[in-house]
Design a protein around this ligand. Structure first.
Ligand SMILES: C[S@@+](CC[C@H](N)C(=O)[O-])C[C@H]1O[C@@H](n2cnc3c(N)ncnc32)[C@H](O)[C@@H]1O
Ligand code: SF4
Length: 448
């Protein structure tokens, strides 16, 4: 929860990144029958902020590090999926739930949505426009540069997509080949240069640090390359060893070449973050920077900040009427349910009574700073001992009414978020009255 006391917290405050995301545990699945589900779609939303998430669970090729891979991009299978998905979106768009308030962002993610055929992309764009979108809505298409040809690019622009998020991972040809990426460095840079010439679209690139063979010199070159590539925004992700990936299997057999360890990855993060910021890039979150104001990263901020997210597609997740919702990944039952007019299989969670506070805390720690005045007094008193310990451990600083994560805190932000949610569960608010009388945190708080 607190991190370890270390003279070098960037490298040693925790032993490993615990997960990709953190949330308060304890929400229970909710039994929702088809009637209840139909009623949901007849009810107007109570949410102020809302977005659409559309999932495309196909990839042409499985990359060695990734466990987002779900299905091979077989053209017939993909087109069948897209037809069912577009019909599902068409019906969804007509409902009182969808029509009751505008959507400020749409995210088409995967998998590799850019692997879909140009015709499917055009149909998807058309059906998205049936939802009430705000005038400046952010419409993101995720994917990869390989296979995203001129026809798909023009189709996407004509259909209203105005933001593209491409996984680059590394520009280095050898690192890319080891990770089973397809294009070589020159091709990736040339295509980014072409796409960033168009003014109306924002282009974002994802980089990973810690890939096999990606030493410090290669990482420095990756940062230099991305800064010169013309992209408007960049994500820097630490490699998370995912069970079940090709990388994981090779590592288990001891056949993996050199790869950065945890402390080396921390140094890589520090180098990337500081070089971007010294180069005038603005930090929007602990892992995302922008070169120009045109990049808003609105969907990501909305999702972290607790907006209503209407999910569509097998494997899509979101939150509707305050309930977490996650559709199963399996394509066959998904198709069968949609064909029969039933809710796609998946999990609906009970309402989180702390949703607003959790979203505030998660969103703030994700961006690297929290305005304490936004917290109710009792919650502030409850959390202060934890924040003070983070400060002692070099992970945050308390400046007046603000908690600001340090570079180390930003690197470990997911661990801090998970720690915070664990802390509030171990120290429920009942003890907070005592704590407000003892601002040192001696009463009622456990910092183990
Ligand atoms: C859902 S994936 C889609 C990427 C896209 N299909 C592509 O091929 O580039 C989004 C991003 O997650 C990141 N990612 C995937 N596996 C990861 C891992 N094991 N550790 C850290 N980041 C990972 C990659 O940077 C990737 O671009
Ligand atoms: S990085 Fe992209 S293309 Fe590669 S397996 Fe993951 S989602 Fe698929």
């Amino acid at each position: 929860m607190t991190g370890l006391s270390s003279p070098d917290p960037l490298k040693f405050a925790f032993t490993a990144k615990i997960a990709a995301h953190a949330s308060r545990g304890g929400a229970r699945p909710l039994a929702l029958d088809d009637k209840g589900w139909q009623r949901w779609w007849q009810e107007a939303t109570g949410a102020r902020d809302r977005a659409l998430y559309i999932h495309i669970p196909f990839c042409k090729k499985r990359c060695s590090f990734c466990n987002f891979f779900e299905n091979g991009a077989n053209p017939a299978r993909m087109s069948r999926y897209m037809a069912a998905l577009c019909e599902n979106l068409r019906q969804g768009a007509e409902t009182p739930l969808a029509q009751s308030a505008p959507f400020a962002a749409v995210y088409v993610g995967g998998g590799t949505p850019t692997d879909m055929a140009a015709g499917d992309l055009a149909r998807l764009a058309e059906v998205i426009q049936r939802f009430p979108l705000t005038q400046d809505a952010e419409l993101t298409l995720e994917g990869r540069l390989n296979g995203f040809d001129e026809q798909k690019w023009q189709t996407a622009l004509a259909g209203g997509f105005n933001r593209f998020s491409f996984g680059v991972q590394s520009f280095d040809t050898q690192v890319r080949q080891q990770a089973a990426r397809i294009d070589e460095r020159g091709r990736v840079l040339a295509r980014l240069a072409e796409l960033t010439r168009v003014d109306e679209a924002v282009i974002v690139a994802d980089l990973i640090f810690g890939l096999p063979g990606q030493d410090d010199a290669i990482w420095r070159q990756d940062i230099a390359d991305v800064m010169a590539s013309g992209v408007h925004g960049v994500d820097l992700y630490q490699l998370i060893p995912m069970p079940g990936t090709h990388l994981d299997r090779v590592q288990e057999k001891g056949r993996l070449g050199w790869a950065a360890d945890g402390p080396q990855r921390a140094t890589m993060y520090g180098y990337g973050a500081q070089t971007l910021e010294q180069g005038g890039w603005q930090r929007l979150s602990c892992s995302h920077w922008r070169r120009t104001d045109s990049e808003q990263s609105r969907y990501n901020q909305m999702a972290k900040g607790g907006a209503e997210i209407l999910p569509f597609g097998a494997g899509a997740g979101g939150n509707v009427h305050g309930h977490g919702l996650m559709y199963g990944r399996d394509l066959t039952p998904w198709h069968q349910a949609l064909a029969a007019g039933r809710r796609a299989p998946g999990m609906v969670m009970g309402r989180n009574p702390h949703a607003e506070l959790d979203a505030l805390l998660r969103g703030a720690l994700d961006t690297g700073g929290l305005v304490l005045a936004l917290l109710p007094d009792d919650v502030k008193a409850q959390l202060l001992p934890l924040f003070q310990t983070w400060q002692q451990h070099g992970l945050a600083v308390l400046i007046g009414e603000r908690l600001e994560l340090t570079l180390a805190g930003r690197f470990w932000t997911v661990n801090l978020q998970a720690g915070l949610f664990e802390y509030v569960q171990l120290n429920p608010l009942a003890g907070a009255d005592a704590a407000s009388a003892h601002p040192t945190g001696a009463a009622g708080h456990s910092l183990v």
